[in-house]
Design a protein around this ligand. Structure first.
Ligand SMILES: C[S@@+](CC[C@H](N)C(=O)[O-])C[C@H]1O[C@@H](n2cnc3c(N)ncnc32)[C@H](O)[C@@H]1O
Length: 305
């Protein structure tokens, strides 16, 4: 396990307990995962959909299908070198995909994740002593005020029960002169329709949601190769995700259609929270829904003292 004392300037140690868990891999092997857990994080059931996505649906050789985030950094005008020697928080780190890209550059990274995929993150990044995995909620971070140079949260705030609380917590831990970068679902017709679908599915069991997502994926990918345009139109009209292969499509539809919370946010949401120095970047993805932006990234700069 990492040398926790080297992270003591970042974490609220009294709230954290050490966990050691033996986990089963799909191939029958086991691994031991070591991480910290926030004693105050009780309400975890709403992230079960994500646990299933990361632990059940993602193939063992996940690195082959996992998204890389270079494109996102590039769009934000960030280079990997910007993380060099920085203290970084990855809020809602999933399986640690973004952290993994910068772990050899940053001075220290704390990865906070509420779901049980924390086990996998702890395993994936176990060899990096500058990475600390914590099972906690970004709505109530067991971290010290003003302690991180860069805080980012990719695709998480809109899935939390209270995006305002998440934003104020993430902001609390940014150092003066530091920045907070969040990627969220923007407020537009497409996303609002999708939120409505999510609402109808919200009472279904996680297993049913998984089944639904897999079925949708099979259906979308069951077509001749030259049927791409038609497939995109069907996916767009159903407000679901369409990726290049069936596994990715069904994993992404867990995010798109199944999470309990599926907020859509616009720039004014951040202004109303009192943020002033805001840089926004919109992006239209491969769906090319006419005139509709498919994601919103907001960078908030904290004034230096
Ligand atoms: C769409 S995934 C994004 C994961 C990762 N940031 C990425 O880009 O690969 C959303 C993640 O946020 C986590 N999550 C949801 N609510 C959370 C909360 N309140 N605190 C911490 N993590 C949360 C989910 O469990 C899930 O792993």
């Amino acid at each position: 396990m990492n040398n926790i004392s080297s992270f003591s300037h970042l974490i609220n140690q009294e709230r954290l307990e050490s966990k050691k868990q033996i986990c089963n891999m799909k191939n029958g092997n086991t691994y031991t995962s070591n991480y910290l857990r926030d004693r105050e994080c009780f309400e975890t059931s709403y992230v079960d959909d994500f646990t299933i996505k990361w632990l059940d649906m993602m193939p063992e050789d996940y690195r082959l299908i996992r998204k890389t985030y270079l494109d996102w950094f590039f769009r934000l005008g960030l280079r990997l070198g910007d993380f060099k020697d920085k203290i970084v928080l990855d809020g809602g780190c999933g399986v640690g995909s973004v952290s993994e890209m910068i772990v050899n550059l940053a001075s220290q990274i704390v990865g906070v994740e509420l779901s049980n995929s924390i086990n996998l993150i702890a395993k994936n990044l176990a060899n990096h002593k500058n990475f600390l995995p914590i099972q906690a909620s970004i709505e109530n971070l067991p971290l010290r005020d003003k302690s991180f140079d860069i805080v980012f949260s990719h695709g998480v705030v809109h899935h939390t029960s209270n995006p305002r609380k998440s934003m104020s917590e993430l902001w609390r831990v940014v150092k003066p002169g530091g920045k907070l970068i969040v990627w969220v679902y923007p407020d537009n017709d497409f996303m609002r329709r999708r939120s409505l679908l999510t609402y109808f599915l919200s009472d279904e069991s996680t297993d049913n949601k998984k089944g639904f997502s897999e079925l949708l994926s099979k259906w979308l990918h069951f077509s001749a190769q030259d049927y791409d345009t038609g497939r995109s139109i069907i996916a767009r009209d159903l407000c679901c995700s369409l990726k290049t292969d069936p596994i990715n499509t069904s994993m992404y539809n867990i995010d798109s259609l199944c999470p309990t919370f599926h907020h859509v946010l616009q720039e004014s949401f951040f202004r109303e929270l009192g943020f002033e120095d805001i840089e926004s970047s919109f992006y239209t993805n491969e769906f090319k829904v006419k005139g509709q932006q498919m994601d919103l990234t907001v960078t908030l700069n904290k004034k230096a003292n």
